[in-house]
Structure formats: structure tokens, C-alpha cells
Design a protein. Structure first.
Length: 293
């Protein structure tokens, strides 16, 4: 386990090994030259230092040395986060997260299941009112932002969403999803199923639902679903949406629901504060602290 400070030059070497796996010294030096223009001499010197420090293992014959990272990316990230907390925040990871959050805007993408104003829009306003720090909010209102229905062409599965007949809607929306830290769905409850406009959107990302490998950084995102109602359709709708978001790779999905005729506004506010606190900590913990690149 790493005990000393991990310097930027050492991170460069490890980054190649984390991305490429076990490779020869020659190939490692070549990759370092391609990525950061290190000379052969510099690369070999840094590889040797990483070996002596216990970060990299070198094995094999003199003509065919193989290099392997002895620590994982996650181990390095955890250690560096702990070191920063110890140095600047008296060992408190909570204070570190809070400090990072105060100085960093959160990118939020809101997909509104309806453009109608009413209870669901009021819930959204109250939810955002409980969030701390700066927020960059990008909103989409269905069906205007996504008017096309899936035609079952399966192009997204066989090729890419960028080749979809409706790519002028699917591509920019997905790119904004990838850029977001937090995805918020406002979900009106219809009598039987999810609103057709929401189903149309989800169907266009069928390939993302069925993918064996999720998009990079999806696991660092959080999802929040705001909804209301008291019937079985609501429960079924939530289960379906949570399933889609989970298959996209979103690791934490929070649901805030209210009865149609709510009486306790304070209870809803406290629930929102509880969820936003969790969202803040989880996003900053995964995205802002532990992503050392």
C-alpha cells in the first residue's frame, strides 16, 4: 500500500498502466511519449522510481521486462483524498466534501414529464430551494423537447444513437445527460402507465438499457425522481424508471413522492433536505474528490 505522497509524474506512469493493463517497459515508455512527450530517458527514469517506491512491479527478462501497477486507481484515489482531508480539514472528509461543494457548481439536468404547471412543478421548486451551493440547471420539457416516437428500427442497438432517425433529439439529449452530475425526473402520474412522452424518450435509449458496459462516469451521477399520486400505477411507473436509470449505470436513485392532497409541507421539505444532502455528498465524494486524472 502506498505510504508516501503520490506525485504527478508517478500518476502519469500509473495512469497508463491502469488504462492499458500489464505492458512491456518499452511499450510503457512509448505510451508516455505519445501522451505527454516524455523522452525515452525520462520515461525509463520515472518507471524505475515507481518500481523502487513500490508502485510498479517489473518482471521478466532483461530483453522483455513487463510492468504492472501494484496499486489500483481506487486505492490511490482513496489515499490521496484521506491525505488532503488530514492536511487541510483536520481529518474530516465531511468538511472536505462541503468545501469542494461550496466552490463548485453542480450540473443538473431536469427532464420534465409534462410541460403543465401545477403540483409537480411546485415540488420541483421546493426541491431545488433546499439545495446548497451553485447550480447549473438545464431543463427539458416533454413532449416538446422530444416529440418523436420510437419506430423500433433498432439502429441504436446495431450502430449508435447518433445514427437513429431521430438523432437530432437523441444525440444532444444524451450528451447533456453525460455532462450532468444530477438527473432529475419530474414524473406526473397517469391513470395506468408512464406518460407516453416519457416512454418515447426511454425507448430511444433502449441500447443504453441493454448495454453490457455502461458509459464512462455514469456511476458518478445521481438520479432524483419527483412524483405524486396514491395508486398502483405510480408504484409500477417508479419501478420502471428506476430500472432504466440503474441499467444506465446510475448508482444512486432517490425518490421523493407526495400524495395528491398533501397536508404536511414541512415533512416534504425535510425529505427534500435529506435527499439533497445525500446527493451533495455522494456526487462530490465520487466525482470531485476521487477522480485523479
Amino acid at each position: 500500500m502506498m505510504k508516501d505522497i503520490l506525485y504527478e509524474s508517478e500518476l502519469r506512469v500509473l495512469e497508463v498502466l491502469w488504462n492499458e493493463g500489464d505492458i512491456t517497459v518499452k511499450d510503457l515508455a512509448s505510451k508516455l511519449n505519445e501522451s505527454i512527450a516524455w523522452s525515452k530517458t525520462t520515461s525509463y527514469t520515472m518507471i524505475k522510481k515507481c518500481t523502487e517506491k513500490g508502485l510498479v512491479e517489473r518482471s521478466g527478462t532483461k530483453t522483455h521486462y513487463m510492468c504492472r501497477a501494484l496499486i489500483t486507481r481506487e486505492e490511490a484515489q482513496k489515499k490521496e483524498a484521506e491525505r488532503l482531508a488530514d492536511k487541510m480539514f483536520d481529518g474530516s472528509s465531511d468538511l472536505l466534501i462541503s468545501s469542494l461543494f461550496q466552490h463548485r457548481s453542480m450540473n443538473i439536468m431536469v427532464i420534465n414529464g409534462t410541460k403543465k404547471t401545477g403540483m409537480i412543478s411546485k415540488m420541483k421548486e421546493e426541491f431545488f430551494a433546499t439545495m446548497r451551493g451553485e447550480k447549473n440547471i438545464n431543463e427539458y420539457f416533454l413532449p416538446d423537447a422530444f416529440p418523436a416516437f420510437c419506430i423500433d428500427c433498432k439502429v441504436c442497438a446495431c450502430s449508435s444513437i447518433y445514427d437513429c432517425p431521430h438523432s437530432k433529439y437523441t444525440a444532444p439529449l444524451w450528451e447533456n445527460i453525460l455532462e450532468a452530475d444530477l438527473l432529475v425526473f419530474t414524473l406526473p402520474t397517469f391513470a395506468t402507465e408512464l406518460p407516453g412522452q416519457v416512454v418515447a424518450l426511454l425507448n430511444h435509449y433502449y441500447a443504453k438499457f441493454m448495454a453490457d458496459v455502461v458509459e464512462a462516469n455514469m456511476s458518478s451521477k445521481q438520479g432524483v425522481v419527483l412524483t405524486y399520486g396514491e395508486n398502483t400505477a405510480k408504484t409500477k411507473n417508479l419501478s420502471l424508471l428506476e430500472s432504466f436509470l440503474g441499467e444506465w449505470g446510475i448508482s444512486h436513485i432517490h425518490v421523493i413522492e407526495q400524495p395528491i392532497h398533501r397536508k404536511d409541507k414541512l415533512a416534504y421539505q425535510l425529505k427534500c433536505e435529506e435527499i439533497t444532502t445525500k446527493v451533495d455528498q455522494l456526487i462530490q465524494n465520487k466525482k470531485a474528490i476521487f477522480k485523479l486524472r
